[in-house]
Design a binder for this molecule. Structure first.
Ligand code: MLC
Ligand code: AMP
Length: 495
């Protein structure tokens, strides 16, 4: 029988607890049973979803995973969408990938129902599905396409990154091996579930290993710390912004609370940071506070995780480490030379079974991003004493804020729809908490004025909260080069 290895493994973990939330628990068998019923409901009269796109609008947890597995077991492609996105952002993802079904819980189904009705997309409220007649599910081979994640780049609209079941399995197995995941692990899940960090590194690795997940509806700092202090977790994975917020919380806690929480962090077997650069100062502060040496790793939606500090070995502040198992990494100069020596910077290129299949419906963009069979990441790095250090990105139009990758061009396109904005340039400025803060430099029409607060209010119907500009600079004209093109480095130099 062709069953996905993930499902076969779940059968072997059967009675173990996969999810715990307060006193509510769900076993691996519960996920299998629930995904069976949901898969039958999704299929209806059909025998196989045959790679139809099924969007998922659910918070992380038992129902999310049951729905994800149901889509896969029914033969569909899962496309998770952001819970806090605006309607135009949802509409873009649903239409770009021709989604035919949206799966949501009752609360989120109510929010997206008008859009589904307008687009003629079937909406499945999983809270209304208590059981479904058992169907024979199709056989799914690993080369089938499994997931589309939307990611921003140097184009104004996000692109759908398509991975197969085999890609996903390779990404999981590499991390399970490198970080020694086991059935004894317990991890909190508070990252958004439309990105690879929450989906693969936390949830999929845990479930592959028979470990236990405690989901939180959002990053609820106090609720998480209350669990840390009672040793609820062996593992912790977060973006740098979260470590900054944790340091601030510990510094303002009473000495009694601080000691209890620090004890919980100290006793974890591993704490990981990634998705954006972890400043060496934050790394060092965390070690000074908790005694834990964070393990920093580097990855990307298109490739999964590629480079990591060692689990048994050096964890160097400011460096991302060495290639993970099954991943090949090389650096290439702008002139196309493969770098063989240390201390010479170049673009990171990655090859391996975890590398994505294609951008959805964009053969040219897919072709452009490969150099033979090597994926061009657009990130610059240098190899120093055996470890890679990330130096930045090739494109100034990519901003990383709170661990989210944002396209400056997408935000500019939205701002240009404002009736008073004539021209604008969006940049990321260094920020201690968010890594980079979205900043808009605008030329207004006819000497008009617009307060930042009013602009932010206007943006909220068009852009997710983390894309909304944090600051605004009004100028009479944007800096341009001799060809008349706006130059972002000159825009940055205005600050
Ligand atoms: C939110 N706020 C921001 C902001 N995001 N301000 C500046 N910059 C940002 N980026 C503001 C809001 O406007 C709000 O303000 C306040 O912060 C609280 O908003 P929130 O949404 O409730 O924030 P919070 O829950 O604290 O979110 C912080 C966070 C979140 C760090 C938990 O950003 C997050 O989950 N980031 C992780 C993203 C992620 O998973 N990335 C991985 C991509 S995959 P006010 O005024 O209303 O209070 C990838 C590959 C890899 O990168 O290698 O992993
Ligand atoms: P995404 O497209 O959202 O998957 O984001 C991937 C990008 O995040 C990479 O291309 C890097 O620019 C950045 N990134 C991920 N991990 C790190 C890290 N440890 N240090 C610096 N940048 C990182």
């Amino acid at each position: 029988m062709n069953e996905l290895p993930l499902i076969t493994r779940a059968r072997s973990h059967g009675a173990a607890i996969a999810f715990r939330s307060g006193t509510t628990t769900h076993t691996y068998q519960d996920i299998l049973d629930r995904s069976d019923a949901l898969a039958s409901a999704l299929l209806g009269e059909a025998d196989d979803l045959k790679e139809s796109r099924v969007a998922l609008l659910l918070p992380g947890g038992f129902e999310y995973v049951a729905a994800q597995w149901s889509i896969w077991r029914a033969g569909g492609i899962k496309l998770p969408i952001c819970l806090s996105a605006t309607e135009p952002e949802w509409e873009y993802a649903l239409t770009d990938s021709s989604v035919s079904i949206v799966v949501a819980d009752a609360a989120n189904a109510a929010k997206i129902a008008p859009l589904c009705a307008r687009l003629g997309v079937r909406l499945v409220d999983i809270d209304a599905i208590t059981s479904a007649p058992a169907k024979t599910l199709p056989q799914i081979t690993s080369d089938r396409r499994a997931m589309i994640l939307y990611t921003s780049g140097t184009t104004s609209k996000p692109k759908g990154v398509v991975t197969t079941h085999a890609n996903i399995q390779a990404q999981i197995e590499s991390l399970v091996q490198a970080w020694e995941w086991s059935a004894r692990d317990r991890i909190p899940l508070f990252l958004p579930m439309h990105h690879i960090h929450g989906i693969i590194n936390v949830t999929s690795c845990a479930l592959w290993s028979g470990a236990m997940i405690e989901p939180f509806a959002r990053f609820d700092l106090n609720a998480i710390l209350n669990r840390v202090r009672v040793d609820a977790y062996t593992l912790f994975m977060a973006v740098p912004t979260i470590y900054v917020k944790l340091i601030q919380a510990l510094e303002s806690a009473s000495s009694e609370d601080r000691a209890a929480i620090i004890g919980g962090f100290k006793r974890m077997r591993l704490m990981v940071s990634g998705s954006a650069a972890l400043p060496a100062s934050v790394h060092e502060q965390w070690t000074a506070l908790t005694g834990q040496k964070l393990l920093e790793r580097y990855g990307m939606t298109e490739i999964g995780m590629a480079i990591s500090n060692l689990y048994h070995g050096e964890r160097r502040p400011g460096a991302v480490g060495a290639p993970l198992p099954g991943v090949e990494v090389r650096l290439k100069t702008e002139g196309g030379q493969i770098i063989t020596a240390e201390d010479e910077p170049g673009e990171i290129q990655v090859r391996g079974p975890g590398v994505f299949a294609a951008y959805w419906n964009r053969p040219e963009a897919t072709a452009e991003t490969f150099d033979g069979d090597w994926f061009r990441t657009g990130d610059m790095a240098v190899l120093e004493r055996g470890y890679y250090r990330i130096m930045g990105r090739l494109s100034v139009d990519i901003i990383k804020s709170g661990g989210y990758k944002l396209s400056a061009l997408e935000i500019e396109a939205a701002l240009l729809e404002h009736p008073l904005i004539d021209e604008c340039a969006v940049i990321g400025l260094p920020d201690d908490t968010w890594g980079e803060a979205v900043t808009a430099v605008c030329v207004f029409k006819d000497n008009a004025t617009l307060e930042l607060k009013t602009l932010r209010e206007w943006c909220k119907d068009r852009l997710s909260v983390y894309k909304v500009p944090q600051s605004l600079l009004v100028v009479n004209e944007l800096p341009r080069n001799a060809m008349g093109k706006v130059t972002k480095p000159a825009v940055k130099a205005l600050f």
